[in-house]
Design a protein around this ligand. Structure first.
Ligand code: ARG
Length: 345
């Protein structure tokens, strides 16, 4: 327990001995435009275009038919996005960020959701809170109840009140947390069950607290690789709706990177989700799992090639949206997306 504590509280949450994620990033430079300042390859214009794969691949011929479900998401324009501090291993203030690129990539994601028929709500960005674009950390909402965030690091503490105010103004039954938690970054609803991450950000006590707030089963999972410091960087929910009667599959399924979890959590996941997609470390390291699914369309990073194929083989429709600029802050597609589940949704 001592070791884990040190791991969480040494500032960046990274043990000195752990390899930095940068080797993965710099490996990408081989294919990208040269430039000493470029630790992450900028998207090519081609990658920038949203690719919609409508024709099912031959391998997917026997895959189940997937149904898209209407979603309501909260997003925040990255108007003030930059990397000015380090609270995860991806953030390096010395690397330049380009707010205009971040805005354009974010807009692609926003427009992709809209083109799929989803409803997008916006929260106003606040100067001096560059991480506010990662709305997944702003709360956790089920059945019209909004559980607010309490950020681990002082740098993000100022985001809590604006998110809580937004939920109240939008008519949610809003609960202020006692325990440290980073919202949907660490809590994911799979069917009736809440999967809850700990190890780097949200505390184990917050798992008890969400159990009390939502009256649902909470399954605690411990993250053990600092590159994957929030649950939504290591695990993706593929089916937001469960049950044939609701138009979903009988059992909601997930995709995850087993090595991002400690042994006990790996065993729990293997037992509960025997049909889960296991992604490669390579796909995990480009934040492939930090994705959003409506049950049919799964928005993923264009760099997660293996995951793209795995999804197609299962009958899902991967849609590629590049958020490389936002990866400089340690976030991706899911981080920029908070599910607003109203009463009865
Ligand atoms: N820079 C942000 C942080 O470290 C990134 C948050 C990513 N969010 C997420 N849901 N994984 O807090």
């Amino acid at each position: 327990m001592q070791a884990r504590k040190a791991l969480c509280e040494n500032g960046a949450g990274v043990p000195e001995s752990h390899p930095s994620p940068l080797p993965f990033l710099s490996a990408q430079r081989v294919e990208g435009p040269p430039g000493p300042e470029d630790s992450v390859r900028r998207p090519s214009p081609q990658e920038h275009t949203m690719t919609q794969n409508t024709a099912p691949a031959a391998e997917a011929a026997n895959a189940p038919t997937r149904t898209a479900h209407h979603r309501r998401y909260l997003m925040c324009r990255p108007e003030h996005f930059t990397v000015s501090y380090t609270i995860n291993p991806w953030m390096e203030p010395a690397n330049p960020t380009d707010t205009a690129v971040a805005m354009r990539q974010w807009q692609d994601l926003h427009d992709t959701y809209r083109s799929l028929g989803h409803e997008i709500e916006l929260i106003d960005p606040i100067e001096g809170l560059p991480d506010m674009v990662y709305t997944a950390n702003g709360g956790f909402l089920i059945d019209g109840i909004a559980y607010g965030p309490k950020f681990r690091f002082a740098e993000r503490a100022g985001e809590a009140a604006p998110f809580i105010d937004w939920f109240r103004a939008a008519g949610f039954d809003t609960r202020e947390p006692v325990e440290v938690n980073e919202g949907e970054g660490d809590f994911l609803l799979v069917g009736e069950v809440i999967l809850a991450g700990t190890g780097f950000r949200s505390t184990g006590d917050s798992h008890r607290e969400i159990g009390e707030v939502f009256g649902r089963e909470v399954v605690s999972l411990t993250l053990s690789d600092p590159r994957f410091y929030h649950l939504d960087t290591a695990l993706a929910v593929l089916d937001p709706v469960e049950g044939i009667a609701n138009g979903g599959p009988e059992r909601a399924n997930i995709a995850y990177l087993p090595s991002a979890f400690d042994e006990r959590s790996q065993a729990v996941l293997a037992e509960r989700y025997p049909d889960a997609i296991h992604v490669s470390d390579e796909d995990g390291a480009v934040f492939g799992l930090n994705s959003a699914s409506d049950g049919r369309n799964v928005i993923i990073s264009p760099r997660a090639k293996g995951f793209e194929k795995q999804l197609r083989d299962r009958g899902y429709n991967p849609i590629l949206v590049d958020l490389s600029e936002l990866l400089l802050g340690g976030g991706g597609i899911k981080c920029c997306t908070l599910e607003l589940r109203g009463a009865g949704s």
